[in-house]
Write a protein that binds this ligand. Structure first.
Ligand code: TXA
Ligand code: MG
Length: 318
């Protein structure tokens, strides 16, 4: 990408915080530094804003995002908090530890950030600039590392600028990241905590705090982020590339050709809107208890490739 294609504004200090917070609140993406790596942030409660993260990164829709806030209290209301969570948060927050916990029933965070799972990953970063930004925007912020999917994580504002074009308008510059390695991710949804991703906090330090910690392996597919696609097993079978619903099925529409009265991922055929609606609409349809869900064809370009990939995984999971 040429220099002239880049439209991002690199901002700093108190003014930078105001600019980035305003962008986040308006549903735009803003990159920001943490002590680990730079994050690509979006308002976690805004489906379309969260979909923009997946689109900008080229991230598979089965890979969930970490939600950040300025303090523990702001995150506790989103998830079903636990004694282990208390111990670990008190020991390592703010800091490079991410806790995976069950979502609360009324959790306002986009289902897309959870990639359709019943869990949510939460973290309070320790970098003051990051926490000032999170305080200023007043909403939980979903943020994966600010790199294209498959690239290494960025640790300077310039790295971030090199990854993205006009889809990212604001980068808050806090200098080089102190840790430069992503946070440790630990699953607290089972009796024994399970390490999903090694990172800024070592397993030894975790075990000194909460006792024995399991480690995710290929034998524990439900706990390993790389295997998460198998976690999502819809109760209702999906049929793809459908033109109409057969007996007992409900049609999930896409685009203007869908029959009126059909639940539609995007009447305008907008893939960003479709990604934002995907998980929530599948859940809605499942609740009606049909024999199957027939999904109309979705173009495979851009974010559509990720949507189709996610739907295929949902049809093949047991
Ligand atoms: O240090 C970090 O964690 C940085 C900064 C920006 O906070 N963020 C980061 O995000 O590294 P990302 O998206 O690159 O990595 C998040 C990891 C992925 O491996 C993802 O699969 C896992 O966390 N994850 C997120 N939500 C999860 C969930 N509900 N269950 C299991 N794993 C989850
Ligand atoms: Mg990453």
């Amino acid at each position: 990408m040429g220099e002239s294609d880049r439209k991002q504004k690199i901002v700093q200090g108190a003014n930078g915080i105001r600019t980035a917070a305003k962008a986040l609140r308006s549903g735009a993406l803003a990159a920001f530094p943490t002590e680990t790596v730079y994050g690509l942030g979006a308002d976690a409660t805004n489906d379309t804003a969260v979909a923009k993260i997946y689109e900008a990164k080229g991230r598979p829709l089965f890979n969930p995002l970490i939600v950040h806030a300025a303090d523990k209290e702001a995150l506790k209301s989103l998830v079903s908090w636990s004694p282990h969570a208390d111990i670990l948060a008190d020991a390592f927050w703010p800091g490079p530890l991410t806790l995976v916990l069950p979502r609360n029933k009324d959790c306002p965070v986009s289902l897309l950030a959870s990639a359709g799972l019943d869990t949510l990953a939460v973290r309070v970063p320790s970098l003051n600039l990051a926490r000032s930004l999170l305080e200023a925007c007043g909403c939980p912020v979903a943020a994966p590392s600010a790199n294209k999917s498959g690239h290494v994580s960025p640790t300077t504002a310039d790295h971030v600028a090199g990854e993205f074009g006009a889809e990212l308008s604001v980068i808050l510059d806090g200098g080089p990241c102190q840790i430069g390695l992503e946070s440790t991710v630990i699953d607290l949804t089972t009796d024994q905590p399970v390490l999903l991703r090694p990172g800024g906090v070592s397993q030894e330090r975790l075990e000194n705090t909460v006792g024995e910690v399991g480690v995710a392996t290929s034998e524990t597919p439900l706990k390993s982020p790389g295997m998460l696609e198998r976690h999502y097993a819809p109760a209702t079978p999906l049929r793809l590339e459908a033109r109409s619903a057969e007996a007992g099925e409900i049609l999930l529409g896409f685009g203007p050709e869908a029959p009126s009265g059909t639940l539609n991922l995007s009447v305008d055929g907008d893939l960003l809107e479709a990604a934002a609606n995907l998980f929530a609409m599948l859940r809605d349809l499942e609740q009606a208890g049909p024999a199957g869900i027939a999904v109309m064809p979705i173009p495979k370009m851009g974010l559509g490739a990720a949507i189709n990939d996610r739907l295929r995984r949902a049809t093949t999971s047991a």
